[in-house]
Design a protein around this ligand. Structure first.
Ligand code: SDX
Length: 381
């Protein structure tokens, strides 16, 4: 008998289990819709900026012009990280994955936060910390990338947006406006997504009344895996392994026959299409054609068709993000860290929400091991 039949209250992977009430975002699977605080994510990505979206997530409303200007000014002022962060990152081996760089970066930033000593339940301090975390994320990832190449970190520029700051630090060049615009939209799409694994992990951490930085570090560690945010890097590696358009169909059919998980496809919550993927696929395919990697768009078409007809499974946001970022010239192992730059806004909104009505998160489990085992002293075993 299956475990779920034996234990009717047990849901493997907590599938379908309601873990809380939120006002931050809603996933409507039947209509492939995603809203952040009531706003359709397509509107936010096409008509707004990532900064407006982050403000919406953190403060619960869209900013007016004066509020947005003030928010951007604060972000610019908080963008630099303490020199000690760079000193720590310089100690890491050259092949350290940028997700570990991000983890170390935030772990070192934490004690330098002016509100470090504030109690975990001080929500005004948590909001200030959330804004600092948002401001610093693109600097940690961008300058972390420089440091691992043996380059010196650059000073962030006040006039840049978050997307521009990342691109500037990553490349050392003034960012191309079109590249920055696409990246900005993708940050909005990546910003928030309910009780996904990393957000849930983040909430579990702060529900113990640990601090927001510990929650963020937990989130980064959880996001990294290929079943979650790490899928954007793995999807790109898969497309590159396929290499040529004529290889795509045999490759995917063989992968399905051998029960491989196809990276960037499928979703626990969306049984039809992921609205973020719908939005980003159009942009990604245009970019691929424009930037001389149109074969990636053709490979993507073939994988999408076979997955839909054979499995009824559609791409999630990580699939188009992969070849969009490739077409923008971003190194593959920075794709998941870009997800971090965006998702710190969602994680922080959830930290604030969790602590506004906190209860320790502690599910039960079913013990299937033995009882009454006699203890035998070590030398007699
Ligand atoms: C993100 O939760 C979020 O909101 C996450 C996220 C966010 O914004 O925070 O949206 C970001 O993490 C996107 C997902 C990135 N991961 C991947 O792209 C990895 C590939 N995808 C799969 O491993 C899978 O679809 C998951 C992990 C995303 C969801 O897994 P579930 O809900 O646990 O489903 P499952 O693995 O149990 O699969 C159910 C069935 C199985 O078939 P059967 O055994 O029932 O016949 O669907 C099949 C699976 O084999 N399936 C796939 C597949 N995804 C599901 N088969 C091949 N390739 C896939 N990608």
């Amino acid at each position: 008998m299956s475990a779920t039949a034996t234990y009717p209250n047990y849901s493997p992977g907590l599938e379908g289990v309601i873990g809380g009430i939120t006002t931050i975002s809603d996933i409507i699977s039947e209509t492939s819709t995603l809203v952040y605080r009531g706003y359709n994510v397509h509107d936010l990505a096409s008509k707004g900026s990532f900064e407006e979206t982050a403000y919406l997530l953190l403060y619960g409303k869209l900013p007016n012009r004066a509020e947005l200007d003030a928010f951007k000014k604060t972000l610019a002022e908080e963008r630099e990280v303490p020199e000690q962060v760079y000193t720590a990152l310089k100690q890491l081996p050259a092949d350290t994955h940028p997700m570990d760089i991000a983890k170390v970066g935030f772990a070192v930033v934490a004690p330098y936060d002016p509100d470090y000593a504030a109690p975990a339940t001080d929500q005004a301090a948590n909001l200030r910390k959330a804004v600092r975390i948002l401001a610093k994320a693109s600097t940690i990832v961008g300058n972390g990338h420089r440091i691992r190449q043996g380059l010196e970190p650059l000073k962030p520029k006040a006039e840049h947006t978050i997307a521009q700051n990342f691109l500037y630090l990553m490349s050392g060049n003034e960012p191309d406006p079109e590249v920055a615009h696409v990246l900005d939209s993708s940050l909005t799409l990546y910003a928030e997504h309910g009780y996904n694994a990393s957000t849930f992990a983040c909430r579990v951490t702060v529900a113990t009344l640990s601090d927001i930085y510990s929650g963020i570090v937990t989130g980064i560690g959880t996001l990294r895996g290929p079943l979650h945010g790490g899928a954007n890097e793995e999807a790109m590696k898969m497309i590159m392994e396929i290499g040529a358009v004529e290889n795509a169909e045999p490759w995917i059919r063989d992968a399905l026959a051998t029960k491989k998980k196809i990276m960037g496809f499928g979703h626990r919550e969306y049984k039809k299409r992921d609205p973020r993927a719908i939005y980003l696929t159009v942009i990604a395919k245009e970019l691929a054609v424009k930037n001389n990697v149109s074969h990636f768009a053709q490979i993507a078409d073939i994988l999408e068709n076979v997955m839909e007809t054979e499995k009824g499974i559609y791409p999630n946001v990580d699939f188009p993000a992969a070849y969009a970022y490739y077409a923008l010239g971003i190194p593959i192992d920075l794709y998941t860290p870009i997800f971090v730059i965006a998702r710190v806004s969602g994680w922080s909104a959830h930290v604030l929400e969790q602590l506004s009505n906190n209860r320790l998160i502690r599910p039960a489990c079913i013990y299937e091991g033995p009882h009454s085992v006699e203890f035998v002293p070590v030398d007699q075993r």
